[in-house]
Design a protein around this ligand. Structure first.
Ligand SMILES: Cc1ncc(COP(=O)(O)O)c(C=O)c1O
Length: 413
């Protein structure tokens, strides 16, 4: 009976969340998709057809016939689920083939796949920062330096490593002067430093200048006995950004030490991955709890992702990426002609329309919904007051007509 007291507290908490306007549980249910043949799919919600401008499926691969066929084939050969975790009997040939394909795609020695990138960051950051087993030889004398606007999975990954405050420093968002100062101030104080950052930042579509980070790292590396390790989570960059879809590294013409990506956005499937030198990958396979004690992605999803990687790394993939870039340019031009301004000048499929007023932002998103267009409102308190925005995500499958309809509708509203 005393549990009633806890339930009362839960109800109060739910009310607080609802009143703050940050509720997440009122999810829009998509009943099915239509228009699948090489066109941007439309979502059916309560029997009505909606244009989608808020999906991470930037290249439209989730409905690609070859991706679906590969998913079905892998499920037929290996079953619906992996049957066990990797080190028991859950490592299937299709998993190894995907890891090999990802390592080759990013020109690295090895790759590891995880059930999601969130789960990856949670486990990998912990393992890198101080090892996860009681008898680990990895000391916790680490300085972790993290961009102010990093994704929640990175923040939580650092949090669970439970470092003292002085060992985790947040640098100002994409501010290289600040990053340099953090390294300067902390030189010779720690064994190693780990710089961790998003590649593309998903709220606004801007990216971290990895070439500048590399320069700063080269200048400061000798101040740390075990060096400076760069970890970049480019979930929104891979299969979307750069001429061949290799993400922020390609745009900045440089490489980090450990590159993290997702299979659940541009690649159109599901799951997370990390690529890097073999010694890092071997260590992470031995010590990352979320890899060791959790199932890998299902065989079907793995088969689909493998096919998606093959498509991205082909003439077809490059032409999809070119089409995506043309759509981004066309969209920006059309919106500018109607006097809309963007929060930043992004060349990524994430385009943030600055509204700057919480009520207006929510109202605009509602009106677009009534006109059968899906976008994402990012309003205070999710973002800073005055930075309220409508986030639009473009796809290679959008036609000029889809974009014109969007621009005309939002202009009318
Ligand atoms: C930078 C970053 N990391 C991780 C994730 C989580 O990816 P996944 O859905 O594969 O867990 C996201 C997705 O929003 C992201 O933007």
């Amino acid at each position: 009976m005393t549990q009633q007291n806890f339930k009362k507290i839960l109800k109060k908490e739910l009310l607080r969340i609802d009143q703050a306007g940050t509720t997440k549980r009122k999810e829009t249910i998509i009943e099915k998709f239509v228009n699948l043949k090489g066109m941007a799919p439309k979502a059916i919600i309560k029997g009505k057809k909606y244009s989608i401008f808020n999906s991470n499926d930037y290249l439209g691969l989730r409905f690609h016939p070859k991706v679906i066929e590969a998913e079905e084939n892998a499920a037929r050969i290996f079953g619906a689920g992996p049957g066990a975790v990797r080190f028991i009997s859950g490592t299937l040939k299709v998993h190894k083939d995907l890891e090999q394909a990802l390592a080759t795609f990013h020109q690295r020695e090895d790759a590891i796949i995880f059930s999601s990138t969130f789960v990856l960051n949670f486990g990998v950051l912990h393992a890198l920062i101080k090892g996860q087993s009681r008898d680990s030889l990895i000391g916790s004398d680490t300085l972790v330096i993290s961009d102010q606007l990093n994704h929640r999975s990175i923040i939580d990954g650092i949090r669970i490593a439970n470092l003292p405050k002085k060992q985790k420093i947040v640098f100002k968002h994409i501010d290289m002067k600040d990053l340099n100062e953090v390294l300067e101030k902390n030189k010779q104080l720690f064994q190693r430093a780990i710089i961790v950052t998003d590649g593309v930042f998903s709220m606004l579509g801007e990216y971290q200048n990895l070439a500048k980070i590399k320069k700063i790292v080269t200048q400061n590396d000798h101040h740390f006995i075990e060096g400076i390790i760069t970890v970049v989570d480019d979930a929104h960059g891979v299969a979307a950004f750069g001429e061949t879809g290799r993400g922020t590294e390609e745009v900045c013409k440089t490489k980090c030490d450990l590159l993290i990506g997702t299979l659940g956005k541009g690649f159109g499937a599901d799951g997370g991955y990390i690529v890097g030198e073999k010694v890092y990958m071997d260590y992470l396979r031995e010590s990352t709890s979320t890899y060791i004690y959790s199932n890998p992605i299902s065989p079907g999803t793995t088969g689909a992702a493998l096919q998606a990687v093959k498509i991205v790394d082909s003439a077809e993939g490059r032409s999809l990426i070119k089409k995506l870039q043309e759509n981004i340019d066309y969209f920006k031009e059309s919106m500018k002609k109607k006097n809309f301004s963007f929060a930043v000048n992004s060349s990524h499929p994430v385009q943030a329309l600055l509204i700057g007023d919480t009520n207006k932002t929510k109202k605009l998103a509602r009106s677009l919904f009534e006109k059968r267009i899906l976008v994402t409102p990012l309003a205070h308190p999710v973002v800073e007051k005055g930075k309220d925005e409508i986030r639009i995500q473009l796809s290679a499958l959008h036609s000029k007509n889809d974009i014109d309809t969007f621009v005309n509708t939002i202009t009318q509203i």
